[in-house]
Design a protein around this ligand. Structure first.
Ligand code: AHR
Length: 861
């Protein structure tokens, strides 16, 4: 047997025995002990592995539960350097609850706490501070006189003891003696390897359930990782698949017409250097090493020629938020300061560019400064300004006499003396909808073509930021450009905030989408590497009033009356007197649902809903479709009766194929779902089909899932931190992916009513049946009926479609099909016509996504 076959047969055999026989394999036998010893241990050589478990009937022969399964891992700190667990200590209380503590590293004066009722689902972790200036080593948990007691060592060799009655609030640690430190560590050999851990005696059924859970999780993981590359074997000999689709046009339910939207985050240079059309990089000399280690105020600028000295100064800046500027000190002319934009400046022949810059003569008045767009030595456009003793903004319109992909902007003093230069901007007039300070037209058009119903902004991680200082504050992003406060970008570069909240709201309006701003829940990213404690932390509760006010101010700024509200007047002065009619506000982004988070999140959500009941608050339920943040996030949402929560998951195509009923089991009249981030981890047709398949399932559940957005949206080539993305681009080209075209077809063909339909795939193999899917919706605005048909099989499917009657509809429908090999990337829809009738046939090509739009016949009554 060759290796490929071997590799495939194992999963296939596994599939064959599961899940039907899964129950059989876990069928309880009476031949077991009442209780066993349970060893909990970590792996010091790999502290990321967290707690593993093994059981024994005699403390001699240990059997590990799952194949090195990690039951809980440390979630403390940033990826890479942190998320380590050392010396876990686990204790079961008399009510059956398990409590665990561990140390995090060799410096932090914190330890980790968590609890679980079944050793399977663990509560989100907390990291209480214990001793200032001291670390925590090998904490041990016990219970004495009804109180939780943690004793621990420090690097200095001291022993401390802290107590808590609720496992949340811990007393100031007190020094204690060595004899009070009661390590419970035991040595044990598990699978031939010596381990050190703690032993508890547990009822057998606890271990039995864990074994069942681990086996089921392993089965699901295997199934969810199914890939189309294996289809040749999985579906060997499959042909002539037949199916029928019965549609009952009179059997409908209302679904969200806002299902397809977009999530715009400044990741992968999506904003500066991307959608935001500014051509000058580091236009305000505010880049710094907090953006990126090697960056500073001079980044992306250079001095060429002789006779000129270039320094960066901060005295008397153009604005306190913009403290750095350049000084050119010219002793004899010939030097010039050059900006190369974002990978060069792209200039189009005959187009007009708005040039602006601030100048200040430092020792001579009236110094002449020439600013030119150059392609090498060729001058494409130029203008000359006279500097004045006080800062003054100068403006000119430049018309390019020829095109260039790698132009630069050159600032040349034409006379001797010292001149200050700041906030140098070169902006195409030809932006999307010709907005000043607007969006790059080709990219914006692609977004508009998705027909998104909403735009989520600004993050993602960009909103909660890397440490408290990096939390996104919307007020820093509005007002005159040179007064905005840039910040480092969590994705490793700089955010100028040129594309701020005003531009975002304006763009939403321009593309007919609702704004869905998402602001931090008073905590930064749980994976933060900055901010001292390396963990979620949080805005101090005594400052949360001010932070809540900032969020309330956003609603006032967006929706207030400019005649009476100073905040709304700011909006009007920026160019939008009418309210923006904001309806949604997201709080939090896939945060760790810790106590620190919950306190702040509830405070914000309650505060906003009390003051603005008309605003739909969108909550957050963690980064995955399962796990503690998901469970506890949902628990809060239900307790607080939040209208919508934001789910995220990035899964393999197999997950989307094998979890199509994910939302069918959700409560219908409860908190709704915004699937704010999802993708199937690739840009092949396989991925696009998995995502299209998912959308058919979202539509069927469109009474629960009210919004969705693929993520991430944009990625600049050579500056991509996250793959895959929906649209790639460089300075001159836009490259929509096949995933984009599936989103586009769905955005352009969404409905407000779901039409019940029965798909019957004539095949005994469930793996075949679940790979064909349908969704039928009605767009009530046009009256059109839209069929979405997905075929994830390597073989075509002959489909017999029964519509009942198409009276009142046109018999020629439009048909858009994306098809190819599962691993192809550069595919786009082919649009043609199809004759439809009460009962018609359509052959779904292998690996295809089809949309058939049957138009209402407006001529017939
Ligand atoms: O979409 C990219 C990132 O994925 C988002 O910023 C974050 O929310 C998620 O982890």
């Amino acid at each position: 047997m060759n290796n490929i076959k071997k590799k495939l047969i194992i999963p296939l055999m596994f599939t064959a025995i599961c899940p039907a026989t899964l129950n059989a394999t876990v069928k309880k036998s009476e031949n077991h002990p009442d209780s066993v010893y349970l060893l909990s241990y970590a792996t010091p050589s790999n502290p990321k592995e967290g707690i593993r478990l093994a059981y024994s009937i005699d403390k001699k022969n240990w059997i590990n539960i799952g194949n090195n399964h990690s039951f809980v891992r440390s979630d403390f700190g940033t990826w890479g350097a942190e998320k380590n667990m050392y010396s876990p200590s686990v204790m079961q209380d008399t009510d059956g609850t398990w409590y665990a503590v561990w140390s995090l590293n060799n410096r932090t004066p914190q330890f980790a706490t968590t609890l679980t009722h079944d050793l399977w689902t663990w509560k989100p972790q907390d990291y209480p501070f214990v001793t200032k200036g001291e670390n925590v080593i090998a904490p041990v948990i016990t219970k004495e006189n009804g109180q939780f007691v943690v004793t621990y060592k420090t690097s200095g060799g001291d022993i401390y003891r802290t107590v808590s009655s609720d496992f949340k609030n811990w007393s100031n640690p007190e020094k204690t003696s060595e004899e009070n430190y009661k390590s419970k560590l035991t040595q044990a050999i598990v699978n031939g390897i010596e381990r050190e851990g703690e032993v508890n005696r547990v009822a057998w059924h606890i271990v039995d359930e864990l074994i069942t859970n681990v086996e089921a999780a392993a089965f699901r993981a295997q199934r969810d990782n199914e890939r189309m590359a294996d289809d040749e074997w999985r579906f060997k000999g499959l042909k002539d698949v037949k199916a029928s689709l019965s549609i009952n046009l009179n059997d409908t339910k209302a679904i969200s017409s806002d299902l397809i939207g977009i999530f715009f985050e400044d990741i992968n240079y999506a904003a500066d250097g991307g959608l935001y059309a500014e051509l000058i990089q580091n236009r305000d000399f505010e880049y710094s090493n907090s953006d990126r280690g090697e960056w500073n105020s001079k980044t992306s600028w250079s001095l060429q020629g002789e006779g000129c000295e270039w320094t960066i100064e901060t005295d008397n800046p153009i604005h306190a938020n913009n403290s750095h500027y350049s000084i050119l000190n010219t002793t004899h002319t010939g030097g010039q300061l050059i900006n190369n934009g974002f990978d060069g400046i792209t200039i189009k022949k005959g187009e007009k560019y708005n040039l602006s810059l601030f100048l200040r003569s430092i020792d001579k008045n009236g110094q002449k400064i020439r600013v030119s767009i150059k392609n090498g030595t060729e001058v494409l456009a130029t203008s000359t300004f006279s500097a004045t003793p006080a800062w003054k903004q100068h403006k000119a319109t430049l018309t390019a006499k020829s095109a260039a992909d790698n132009a630069s902007l050159c600032i040349e003093p034409l006379s001797e003396g010292k001149v200050g230069i700041d906030f140098v901007s070169l902006f195409p007039q030809n932006t999307y909808k010709k907005r000043t300070n607007g969006m790059r037209a080709d990219l914006a058009q692609l977004l508009a073509d998705l027909h998104p119903r909403f735009v989520r902004f600004p993050g993602g991680c960009a909103t909660h930021g890397n440490g408290i200082d990096n939390i996104y504050h919307w007020k820093n992003t509005v007002g005159p450009l040179h007064e905005r406060k840039g910040n480092f970008n969590i994705w490793g570069y700089h955010q100028s905030m040129g594309l701020g909240f005003y531009e975002y709201f304006q763009f939403c309006e321009d593309i007919g989408a609702e704004p869905l701003p998402v602001l931090a829940a008073g905590v930064p990213c749980q994976n933060s590497s900055r901010g001292g404690d390396g963990q979620q932390g949080g805005i101090p509760m005594e400052e949360m009033d001010e932070y809540l006010q900032e969020l309330l101010d956003l609603i006032e700024w967006a929706n207030g009356d400019a005649k009476t509200s100073p905040l709304a007047r700011m909006r009007a002065e920026a160019g939008h007197p009418k309210p923006f009619n904001l309806k949604f506000l997201g709080i939090g982004n896939e945060d760790l649902i810790s106590d620190v988070f919950t306190e702040r999140y509830n405070y914000l959500c309650r505060g906003i809903r009390a003051k603005h009941p008309e605003i739909t608050v969108v909550g957050t339920v963690g980064p995955f479709f399962e796990g503690s943040d998901y469970e506890y996030g949902w628990q809060i949402a239900k307790e607080e009766k939040l209208p919508i929560v934001d789910e995220h998951y990035y899964n393999s195509p197999g997950w989307f194929i094998n979890n199509q009923k994910f939302y069918d089991k959700y409560e219908r009249n409860s908190t709704k779902v915004y699937l704010g981030e999802y993708a199937s981890k690739g840009n092949n047709l396989e991925n696009a089909l998995a995502e299209g398949l998912h959308i058919t399932n979202l539509e069927r559940n469109g009474d629960v899932v009210v919004m969705s957005s693929y993520a991430p949206l944009l990625a600049k080539e050579k500056h991509t931190q996250w793959n895959p993305d929906l649209i790639y681009f460089n300075n001159t080209e836009v490259k929509p992916t096949v995933n984009y075209y599936v989103q586009q077809l769905c955005g352009q063909n969404s409905g407000s009513q779901y039409i019940y339909n029965q798909l019957n795939v004539e095949n005994n193999n469930e793996a075949v049946r679940i790979r064909v899917a349908s969704s039928v919706v009605k767009d009530e605005k046009t009256g059109d009926i839209i069929l979405k048909l997905v075929n994830c099989l390597p073989s075509s499917v002959k489909l017999d479609i029964n519509l009942g009657t198409i009276e009142g509809y046109q018999s020629t429908a439009s048909k858009s099909v994306i098809t190819g090999n599962y691993n192809e990337r550069n595919l786009r829809p082919v649009v043609s016509e199809i004759e439809v009738s009460d009962n018609f046939d359509y052959e779904l090509p292998k690996y295809s996504f089809t949309v058939i739009r049957i138009k209402k016949d407006t001529k017939k009554k």
